[in-house]
Design a protein around this ligand. Structure first.
Ligand SMILES: Nc1ncnc2c1ncn2[C@@H]1O[C@H](COP(=O)(O)OP(=O)(O)O)[C@@H](O)[C@H]1O
Ligand SMILES: [Mg+2]
Length: 308
């Protein structure tokens, strides 16, 4: 396991990664086909960039000529709002009805369209949906059986799920429904330890029962401080190094033509969200679009290895 040792003083947060477990079962997926695929963007920590990556990954996949469904499983509805569908958040019919037997509401009654991809919006009642999942037998399979499986490879080539920021039945249902996860990380100790917690408390237990691949680890909102250099370096040397996309590798620090590794901090991400559109619609020249495109290629290919 990737060990995280921290010693914290007022101005100094130190994190050290080390590979310690001899039975580490991490594997980089070797799939090299553009099969239909579902992926969750998840980390049990708020504010790391799950919603930002989910929206813009959906847009980049659609831009590469795929049919894409973005599913917002976060009760806060930030993805729904960020693609201009705030009104859906309190609409009469919603995802909860789709999951409820005998409601007469079908998935297509709830799905909305945007300029480039479709959206299954979040709803203010998502916490009662979570309670239903918790109390039902096999409720964690509902999202997979009622939403993802029926449309994947049919109406949609890719399904991207924006996950809630806490561990719980909805977060589990998200990973179980997609069996692939992209993990956004901020270059700070809380974000890194959030990943460690998710890895041991959620990914590990789910993997005992079904396949679940880490598709990529994406350092996000990097702004050029010393922490990012050390954390990227440690991450690259750990067993998780194989999950770093090429745009997120430490050699970008040495390249004078590069803004640095990872998804950089760009105010346009916030502004695009506020405008209710993906980054590409708000700022078509933004230098991070190319990197998000690489992330889309990784999803198409099924892993970091071989993605072009
Ligand atoms: N690369 C980035 N540059 C600048 N702001 C960003 C970046 N990524 C995310 N943000 C902003 O940070 C905040 C949290 O991001 P968000 O995607 O909502 O995180 P999460 O879904 O994990 O809570 C939002 O205001 C978002 O616009
Ligand atoms: Mg979010």
């Amino acid at each position: 396991m990737w060990e995280v040792h921290t010693s914290e003083t007022a101005h100094d947060v130190r994190t050290v990664f080390a590979v310690s477990s001899p039975d580490a079962t991490i594997e980089v997926s070797q799939m090299t086909t553009n099969d239909p695929r579902a992926v969750s963007v998840a980390l049990q920590k708020g504010g790391v960039g799950k919603t930002t990556l989910a929206i813009n990954l959906a847009e980049r996949l659609a831009n590469r000529d795929n049919d894409v469904l973005l599913v917002d499983l976060d009760q806060q509805g930030n993805a729904t709002e960020g693609v201009g569908l705030s009104d859906a958040y309190s609409s009469d019919v919603h995802i909860g009805d789709v999951l409820e037997d005998g409601s007469g509401i079908a998935l297509e009654d709830v799905i909305r369209s945007t300029d480039s991809f479709d959206v299954l919006p979040a709803h203010e009642d998502l916490d009662s949906v979570e309670n239903s999942i918790r109390s039902a037998t096999f409720g964690e399979l509902w999202i997979r059986n009622e939403i993802v499986d029926p449309v994947l490879g049919e109406e949609y080539d890719y399904v991207v799920v924006d996950s809630p920021p806490n561990l719980g039945p909805l977060a589990d249902a998200s990973l179980i429904s997609t069996q692939n996860v992209i993990v956004p990380l901020r270059m700070s100790e809380p974000s890194v330890s959030g990943f460690e917690r998710m890895y041991t408390q959620q990914i590990g237990p789910i993997r005992k029962e079904i396949d679940l691949d880490i598709m990529a680890i994406v350092p996000n909102s990097l702004a050029g401080d010393n922490e990012e250099k050390r954390i990227i370096g440690d991450l690259e040397d750990s067993q998780f190094g194989a999950f770093l996309p090429r745009f997120a590798r430490a050699d970008h620090f040495e390249d004078s033509n590069s803004p640095g590794p990872g998804i950089r901090e760009r105010i346009a991400f916030k502004r695009a969200w506020r405008e209710g559109v993906p980054l590409a619609a708000y700022d078509p020249e933004n230098d991070m679009l190319e990197r998000l495109d690489e992330l889309a290629a990784i999803v198409e290919r099924g892993g970091v290895a071989d993605a072009r």
